[in-house]
Design a protein around this ligand. Structure first.
Ligand code: TYD
Length: 136
């Protein structure tokens, strides 16, 4: 799987009552079957989460309230920063990408749609191991 980070714009179905965003699995916005959803909230100020890569997981990250920053390090060492600060913005992360989540606002709720069930064996939590995998 090619390592890739893609910002996705969701189109809200807005009307006089307000906004609604609907996401379908196996769509352009979520190009995989969703097997798991988790969310991060009530984050202690200054916290940096993540610090890992996945071998075989696709994820779409959406900050449905507040804001946070996702830092992605690609296999060639390139770093990308995406500030997620609106519910119509998603970030698709595929392949071998070292990711960090940081600069959470107090009200941040980061929802993650994942293509696989939780599997600790899919994690690379050691940065040197990540760099070794990238060199392969
Ligand atoms: P952790 O990997 O530290 O989260 P992050 O990537 O945001 O830094 O996960 C925190 C705890 O939650 C850890 O004990 C593993 C557990 N966990 C699950 O049980 N299921 C999940 O889907 C996730 C993402 C974590």
């Amino acid at each position: 799987m090619e390592a890739k980070v893609t910002e996705i714009q969701f189109v809200p179905k807005g009307d006089a009552r307000g906004q609604l965003i609907a996401l379908e699995a196996l769509s352009e916005q979520v190009p995989f079957e969703v097997k798991r959803v988790y969310y991060i909230f009530d984050t202690t100020p200054g916290t940096v989460r993540g610090n890992h890569a996945h071998k075989n997981l696709k994820q779409v990250l959406i900050c449905v309230s507040g804001a946070c920053t996702i830092v992605s390090e690609m296999p060639d060492g390139t770093k990308i920063e995406n500030r997620l600060d609106w519910p119509n913005r998603g970030l698709l992360i595929e392949g071998l990408v070292w990711r960090q989540m940081k600069d959470f606002s107090k009200d941040a709720v980061l929802i993650v749609l994942a293509s696989e069930h939780y599997d600790e064996a899919d994690y690379i939590r050691d940065y040197n191991q990540f760099k070794k995998e990238c060199a392969k």
